[in-house]
Design a protein around this ligand. Sequence first.
Ligand SMILES: *Cc1c(COP(=O)(O)O)cnc(C)c1O
Length: 401
Amino acid sequence: MSGKSAISTENVAQRYGDVMMNTFGAPQLVLVRGEGSFVWDDTGKQYLDLLGGIAVNVLGHAHPKVNKAIAAQAGQLGHVSNFFATPPQVALAEKLAKMATPNDPGRPAKVFLANSGTEANEAAFKLARMTGRKRIIAMEGSFHGRTMGALAATFNPPYREPFEPLPGVVEFVPFGNVARLNRLVDDTVAAVVLEPIQGENGVIEAPAGYLAEARKITAKAGALLWLDEIQSGMGRTGTWLASEPSGVTADIVTFAKGLGNGFPIGACVATGPAADLFTPGTHGSTFGGNPLAAAAALATLGVIEAEGLLAHAAEMGAYISRRIEDLHMFEVARTRGRGLMLGIELRTPVAKALAQACLEAGVIVNAPRPDVVRILPALNITTEELDGFIDLLPKLFKAIR
Ligand SMILES: *Cc1c(COP(=O)(O)O)cnc(C)c1O
């Protein structure tokens, strides 16, 4: 099973516990290989991966075009400092600047490249402070990352409270409540931050019209609208941005997860006047915009475009929702979300047990809430692969009853 790797595959799970900090609990599996929508563990068992590294593997595992781009870039120029520019870095920024402004294509936009989602949001937090205003309004149920600034805007109290005091001032409002937002936002607010679809909170979409109202309210107060598209972006919902159909143009859009198909990269894109808030010395990163990461991201975006995966993601999302509904399983209340960012809402809090039963049956999903199973598969997944999961569901529900 060790294949060509010189790295020992003996007793990995036990050695993990001895040497890895206990931030994630015990690992569910030891994985050694992946291809497309499948991964294999150290015993050779195959799994259908419907979690995709938590919305990261948008093209599935070991995509040949991404691998080729990484290898070619590694053979040419792997890293330089940010005292210098590289062609892939600039080409990627040009694409992301366009991607962040679908509803106002002429609007100027500029990019800060980082290495993760939380770093993209950290950049956005600092950018918001560059306005001279201090207050940030965030949403109940939000997740923005684990570094101190991003964490300050993350709602879940058990994540936040051990680390207080966190950078302030962050205030939380109920997600989707226009009146409350309107009451709180005035000309002392630097930014309002929200996820168009809250992923970690269990795939909860902003109510119709909320983004447009948030845009109006922030514009009136001269505050920035900051959209965290780290999980919902990269075409997952059938458009590059989940916020695209709302017609809104944000001042800040943050990306990460699917951007590099697994190569670590994040981006903070600012539009209009916000694009020029940072000046030399105000922010930076040694690895941010690294040519290897930029090449991986460019290849990923290129495949999504060339293979029409936005339309395919929308189609596959509709397919899985319809098929699950057609099974009329008593245990399923409904499906929610958009495209391939999908929550299966259960009538009882058995999501953890169902996820465990899926794993034993060879399917990887997760349970962000006690009554929600979430799937975030590769955008190029096929109906046959999805059927492999859907056809199992009635049997799995019986098994956990
Ligand atoms: C995952 C996620 C983040 C954090 O990204 P990391 O790469 O884990 O730091 C931030 N915001 C949202 C919406 C996310 O889903």
